[in-house]
Design a protein around this ligand. Structure first.
Ligand SMILES: Cc1cc2nc3c(=O)[nH]c(=O)nc-3n(C[C@H](O)[C@H](O)[C@H](O)COP(=O)(O)OP(=O)(O)OC[C@H]3O[C@@H](n4cnc5c(N)ncnc54)[C@H](O)[C@@H]3O)c2cc1C
Length: 385
């Protein structure tokens, strides 16, 4: 039996595992390794912060995939050796016929001096800590922004800032609350083109959230309660939400799998295979920069579908699946209203256009329902519950 080894049980890894289990359970051995025993649905971290979700609502044990024929190893991946087709974990050495690297990006607060003086919601535990800080907040200056780009989910800091405006209004402290998004981009959603830039500018103006662009964070001064930029400018805060720098997951460091241009994993834009080792695929955040994309679960999902379909085709002889779907959908709930943002990134991935083609649906509260449906369908489809 051929061996398929999947590294990472986040959005990309579980899609590949569940698609392969459905079609090839009896003809290949499927193993998935993750250091976390749970798959976490990261888009719902913001709802954890807002107190409308608890940790167990937004995660499922990866062991549930065992019922579908996937062998789950709860171990840390430490080393990948594509020349010898071997992967080392904290407990063993594994070999493979097909390797799928879906290890995502890693948060690196150690690269931001003073990071421990700020909060964020980019991992589950941190979302819970931010929830406690928000619970104590009774008005003042809130700063929200990323220490650097890229980071998981381009629109999420804007969404979080708008949620905090809604919450401060609900609490009756909106008039004494200033909310500012700071960002390395010159304008909100800069890489998404003029349509989305204007849409987001409009949302921020409507709900009285200031935007400071071209801001490169140098450090956080916890004593003076200031965020300091690389140019020496300072922003004062009572509550600072700073997304730590992101870097590729460590196991690809120092391997031949890295792209010299992006520092993330190198894959062909057409096949998602590594150009040197065509039995090694990459999906999700670990390849996003190489594909000229932001980090989003929806990309990881469609990339996972596409990679699984190539393996199914090779093993079965024929299998006509969907071709690589290069659209991204993000459903936002900011309390006042929700919106679904659709963007087609085909031209961006193929290197023929600067911006994706985007549409926005919404402006109604009913979109919170759409987001709930998305979350429920995700768990039901992959884990059956
Ligand atoms: C607050 C927030 C809101 C978001 N909202 C949206 C949204 O609305 N829409 C959207 O499309 N995306 C959203 N995202 C982004 C989305 O969650 C990520 O882009 C997506 O999870 C990437 O999937 P992935 O499989 O590449 O990586 P991940 O989901 O990060 O999974 C990587 C997995 O690899 C494991 N791993 C890493 N290193 C090792 C190792 N050494 N050994 C073993 N295991 C390891 C990790 O434990 C993890 O399970 C959001 C993210 C955040 C934080």
């Amino acid at each position: 039996m051929k061996k398929v080894l999947i590294l990472g049980g986040g959005a990309g890894g579980v899609v590949v595992a569940s698609r392969l289990a459905k079609r090839l359970k009896d003809s290949v051995e499927i193993t998935l390794v993750d250091k976390n025993p749970y798959h976490e649905f990261r888009p719902s971290y913001l709802w954890v912060t807002m107190g409308i979700r608890e940790p167990d609502d937004v995660r499922r044990p990866l062991s549930l995939l065992g019922e579908r024929g996937v062998k789950i190893l709860n171990e840390e991946v430490t080393d990948i050796n594509p020349a010898e087709r071997k992967v080392k974990t904290s407990k063993r050495t594994l070999d493979y016929d097909y390797l799928i690297v879906a290890l995502g990006a890693e948060l690196r607060p150690d690269l931001l001096p003073g990071a421990d003086k700020a909060y964020h919601a980019w991992e589950l535990n941190d979302a819970l800590k931010l929830r406690e800080a928000v619970a104590r907040f009774r008005g003042g200056k809130i700063l929200v922004g990323p220490a650097s780009v890229p980071y998981r989910c381009s629109p999420a800091p804007f969404e979080l800032a708008l949620m905090l405006r809604y919450l401060s209004e609900q609490r009756g402290v909106s008039e004494k609350t200033e909310i500012t998004v700071f960002h390395p981009w010159r304008v909100p959603m800069e890489p998404f083109g003029p349509f989305m830039q204007n849409m987001f500018k409009g949302f921020l103006e409507q709900f009285n959230v200031e935007f400071i662009g071209s801001w490169e964070t140098e450090r956080i001064d916890g004593e003076k309660k200031r965020i300091v930029s690389k140019k020496g400018d300072e922003l004062e805060y009572d509550l600072a939400v700073v997304i730590p720098p992101h870097r590729p997951a460590r196991p690809i460091e120092g391997t031949e799998l890295i792209s010299k241009d992006t520092g993330y994993m190198n894959v062909s834009r057409k096949t998602l295979r590594n150009p040197k080792y065509d039995d090694v695929f990459g999906v999700g955040d670990i390849v996003a920069s190489t594909l000229n994309l932001g980090m989003a679960g929806v990309f990881a999902h469609f990339e996972g579908d596409f990679v699984a379909s190539q393996i199914i085709d090779e093993v079965k002889g024929t299998y006509m699946a969907m071709t690589y779907n290069k659209t991204g959908v993000c459903v936002m709930d900011v309390g006042y209203l929700g919106a679904a943002v659709f963007c087609d990134f085909s031209g961006v991935i193929d290197g023929v256009s600067e911006y994706p083609e985007c549409w926005v649906l919404g402006g109604m509260k009913a979109f919170r329902g759409a987001k709930v449906m998305f979350e429920k369908m995700w768990f039901a489809e992959i884990f059956g519950r």
